[in-house]
Design a protein around this ligand. Structure first.
Ligand SMILES: Cc1ncc(COP(=O)(O)O)c(C=O)c1O
Length: 409
């Protein structure tokens, strides 16, 4: 056995232990698509999905993808530089208009969109200013930029969502240019960025604001275009990054900015230039969801908000701690790893999937179940989830906050 096998054995000790205790919660195998699926033949309602408007499995979306398979198959066998279709360009044009930016560039994933944007824009004259809760794609883009010889930007973090902390960092930065990157909605906590304060501070310190609105797209603002629509701050954020992997029913990343900034990123971002072009069936699916948002956005968003409001009220009335959440993403805080894993397993056995988030995904004491309410959930789904959460929340002392006691071996 070589050192890589030794390394894997040592580093996977926690995973092995969880599997032995039958509480390992990840990589469960769905047998159909959709919020209502099966695992091992058992019906499951998925409450950890990011299909926020429940459109991913809409028959029209699937039909559009099938037609595109006939025309283009499932891949274009190259990167956008030599594998761009009229469908890509048309959707980029429509998305730019819908979001209210000059131009849109579609990447193959949102992760790549953020990587490419950061690496293209942040160089040695730049201070990158990041929220301390930043998503992996923001951190990885930053690490990549910081690792390029002779180009590394200064990197500074501000306390999560703290305008005072952001101001302190911008005031004391060492480089001429500043790029502030925040998320519209933080995916683990479900809280919104304090954008109204941030845009003023960015103006005062001549910093450019980049918003990753992966979780706000389709869920915030009357038409569903996101946090910038909701706050009326579209003109104050020169860069928006988003994804097709949540509301837009597939996979794919978006950069929205001015013509020139998009052109710069398009010609510099290695995550764009050296990775395969988005398959056209995916483009067709996203385009069909955009049709629906253009036609019915306000109705779709309101339906999501009504369901999220119902779930929030009932979870709070039952005594659950939802942390800092003020959106459809409502983490049920268990604040202990075993409680979180036991809750997950008990709920799953009863047909409700809520994925546990534990260390190192969150700090010790902040363990939680991931609960995302979507427009696709029915009243029965929500009532079942609420009943089970209450039953097991009491059984595993999540509601009382008492110590659960030692794990029985
Ligand atoms: C805030 C945020 N940004 C970016 C991404 C990456 O998106 P994608 O799944 O398209 O790579 C995610 C996905 O989890 C996310 O939560």
């Amino acid at each position: 056995m070589s050192w890589i096998d030794d390394k894997a054995r040592v580093e996977l000790a926690r995973v092995r232990e969880a599997r032995e205790k039958q509480v390992y919660p990840y990589f469960r195998e769905f047998e159909t698509g959709g919020l209502h699926t099966t695992i091992g033949g058992q019906p499951i309602v998925n409450f950890s999905s990011n299909d926020y408007l429940g459109l991913t499995n809409h028959p029209k979306v699937k039909e559009a993808a099938k037609r595109a398979v006939d025309k283009y198959a499932c891949g274009l066998s190259s990167s956008r530089v030599q594998a761009t279709t009229v469908e890509h360009v048309e959707l980029e044009r429509r998305l730019a208009k819908w979001f209210g930016y000059e131009t849109c560039v579609m990447f193959t994933t949102g992760y790549q969109a953020m990587l490419g944007t950061i690496v293209s824009l942040a160089d040695k004259e730049t201070t990158l200013v990041l929220d301390s809760y930043s998503h992996a794609c923001i951190l990885d883009g930053t690490f990549l930029a910081a690792g390029i010889p002779g180009r590394a930007p200064e990197v500074r973090f501000f306390n999560h969502n703290s305008a005072r902390s952001l101001e302190r960092i911008l005031k004391t930065r060492e480089r001429k240019n500043a790029l502030v990157v925040v998320e519209g909605v933080y995916s683990l906590d479900g809280d919104k960025a304090h954008l109204a304060e941030f845009v003023d501070i960015c103006d005062r310190y001549e910093a450019v604001l980049c918003v990753d609105d992966a979780h706000g797209t389709g869920t915030l603002g009357e038409r569903g275009t996101g946090i910038l629509e909701e706050t009326g701050l579209r003109d104050r954020a020169p860069i928006l990054v988003s994804t097709f992997s949540k509301t837009f029913g597939g996979i794919g990343g978006l950069l929205l900015a001015s013509d020139e900034v998009c052109d710069l990123v398009k010609h510099n971002a290695r995550s764009f230039l050296f990775s395969a072009s988005l398959p056209v069936p995916i483009v067709a699916a996203a385009s069909t969801i955009l049709d629906m948002l253009e036609a019915d956005g306000p109705k779709l968003v309101k339906e999501l908000h009504d369901k999220a409001g119902y779930m929030r009220k009932n979870l709070l009335d039952a005594g659950f701690d939802l942390g800092a959440s003020n959106t459809h993403i409502m983490p049920v805080m268990c604040r202990e790893e075993r409680k979180t894993l036991f809750m997950h397993v008990a709920l799953l056995e009863c047909g409700v999937m809520m994925v546990p988030i534990t260390y190192p995904g969150v700090k010790h004491g902040e363990e939680r179940l991931r609960v995302n309410v979507t427009r696709g959930h029915t009243q029965e789904d929500m009532d079942l989830a609420l009943e089970l959460l209450k039953t097991y929340g009491e059984a595993f002392f999540v509601l009382s906050g008492e110590d659960i006691g030692p794990m029985v071996d």
